[in-house]
Design a binder for this molecule. Structure first.
Ligand SMILES: Cc1ncc(COP(=O)(O)O)c(C=O)c1O
Length: 407
């Protein structure tokens, strides 16, 4: 038994299982929460030890150690991704979304377009629209069951619309693609041709399964003029509530401009809690992460077999990276309301609704699998039972649908 099999016992007020959130989003608290993208696992011991040391202090004067943090990050990226970055090109912010918000404002004007590849992490829409910019959607294509970028659509839109930046998600949340070097180089070449910046959100870059390889935008040819990488140890090490975000901006003038703005808003004053946890994670957390990746991949294999053999009505888009699985329920042929009833009320699962990521994706749901395998297995057993039983008669009658299969 792995330590990752251990059930989660800590008394907590985390968002994932919070009754107010569950009630407002799913209408009930009687659901297994597998929605928000964080982990049910205990953090790595070296991070716990670093935090314990801080807790036993009795003095908390001002303390800034971002240089040490940047060194820990760049050493980690050399080790894990074989990429040498210049620690001087980093900028610290209070979170990845904060970084995205600042970059959108620095790289474009009100009314300009920012391209995203949909379905995509829903907060991207808010980050763009709340800054007064326009979301330009470049839908991903599904070719032989595999999500791909639609380069023709990208080029047509870059040519004809007033687009100032592409907000890339790599690895992609929610579809789980880890973009290949060839795909990314094509994107960089197009961005260069049309003088558009790429803002590459690489927060999921360490959660990549054995058949794929992560390539940072900064590793590509001719990427130095336009690109900022954004990341943090939040997803990798389960530090969502104590993590800062890190931008990497190789172009000196852009680095200076963005840094000035961030400093003028005091967004670079990270907490020492986050800094020390980040250093511990990146310098001593590798073994824990390797175990986690094996564990998650094993869970993925179990899910793949289960869906193939027991739930053929559901289409699984197996992720190359991230701890999310993207499930397509359209083969069940249910209305959107009936599908929601089946998943929430009958299977008793709180999954992230697909239409958060693109309005048309009402028949999709994202499941977070970063939990002990027994919990994920239980979720799939509940799903199978609900699908086999069919929709409740009482629901069908009240909703006046033709979706009833159990009466
Ligand atoms: C792609 C992506 N970017 C950013 C975030 C959030 O980052 P932060 O909490 O550092 O703002 C998430 C969280 O799910 C995410 O999936």
């Amino acid at each position: 038994m792995s330590s990752l099999d251990k059930a989660f016992t800590v008394e907590n007020n985390f968002a994932k299982g919070n009754s107010n959130y569950l009630k407002s989003m799913f209408g009930t608290t009687e659901v297994m929460p597998l929605w928000i993208a964080d982990m049910d696992f205990e953090i790595a011991e070296p991070i716990q030890e670093a935090l314990q040391k801080l807790v036993t202090r009795n003095i908390y004067a001002y303390e800034f150690n971002t240089e040490d943090v940047f060194k820990a990050i760049s050493d980690w990226i050399i080790k894990r991704h074989q990429l040498k970055l210049n620690p001087k090109s980093f900028v610290q912010v209070s979170g990845v979304l904060t970084g995205i918000g600042v970059l959108i404002r620095e790289l474009s004007e009100k009314g300009d377009g920012i391209m995203v590849q949909t379905p995509v992490y829903h907060q991207f829409f808010k980050a763009i629209e709340s800054a007064g910019r326009k979301v330009v959607s470049n839908s991903l294509k599904v070719v032989d069951g595999h999500y791909q970028m639609d380069f023709e659509d990208i080029e047509r839109k870059l040519k004809t619309l007033n687009i100032k930046a592409i907000l890339l998600c790599n690895p992609h949340n929610p579809v789980g693609r880890v973009w290949t070097k060839e795909e990314l180089q094509k994107l960089v070449n197009l961005a260069n041709e049309y003088n558009v910046a790429i803002i590459s959100d690489e927060i999921h870059s360490d959660i990549v399964y054995s058949k794929s390889q992560f390539n940072s935008i900064a590793s590509l040819d001719n990427s130095e003029n336009h690109i900022a990488i954004i990341g943090s140890p939040a997803k990798t090490f389960g530090m969502q509530s104590i993590s800062n975000g890190y931008l990497y901006i190789p172009k000196e003038t852009t680095h200076k401009q963005v840094k000035n703005t961030i400093e003028s808003l005091y967004l670079d004053h990270g907490s020492i809690l986050s800094a020390n946890a980040t250093i511990a994670a990146y310098t001593k957390g590798e073994e824990w992460l390797d175990d986690l990746l094996v564990y998650l991949e094993n869970t993925m294999h179990w899910i793949e077999d289960f869906v193939k053999n027991e739930l053929p009505e559901v289409t699984l888009h197996k992720p190359e990276g991230t701890y999310q699985v993207w499930l397509d329920f359209s083969k069940l042929n249910l209305s959107d309301a009936t599908l929601n009833h089946l998943i929430i009320q009958q299977a008793k699962l709180a999954l992230t609704p697909g239409d958060w990521f693109e309005k048309s994706h009402t028949q999709f749901m994202r499941m977070n699998i970063a939990s002990p395998l027994s919990k994920i297995q239980q979720a799939f057993y509940q799903l199978k039972k609900a699908v086999n039983e069919g929709v409740d008669c009482s629901f069908s009658k009240n909703a006046n649908t033709n979706d009833c299969c159990s009466c």
